[in-house]
Design a protein. Sequence first.
Length: 159
Amino acid sequence: GYTGAPITFHTPNGRYLKDKEAAQAIAEQLTQAGLNVKLQVDEWGTMLDLVKSGKVDGMYFWGRSDTTLDGSMMRDWFHTGSTWVTYSDKKIDAAIEKALPVVNPERRRQAFSELQAEIQEQAPWIFLWSQFDIYGVNKQLRWEPRGDEQFALGAAAWK
């Protein structure tokens, strides 16, 4: 159903490692595929306000760590009415609502597997890569990075 109308592609500059450069490459690939893409480089605070308010037009370059494991990312990024999402689908909403309260590990895995298959089928995002954090620490510091990329420095201590 694409008509050739210009699509604004928002990217932050300096929020993620090489974010602007990655967005430039993606915009070029989309252009080569026949889309009329206009790259809009935004300061992070401006882009954050656009996305949070639901006023971002077109598409946007975004990353996220998952702070509360499997359920929060699905709810926060794919459920209608969530702060950070403009996407809406009743079938996805129902699958999220079905999966979240399940505590049995095997049934939970199955519910989230079905949910992820539906998200993949609908493709509301273009899933590209996982960017891993790099840390430099002093040998005198006792600290371990967390899997969710959050900084829990309260657990850090000097030797």
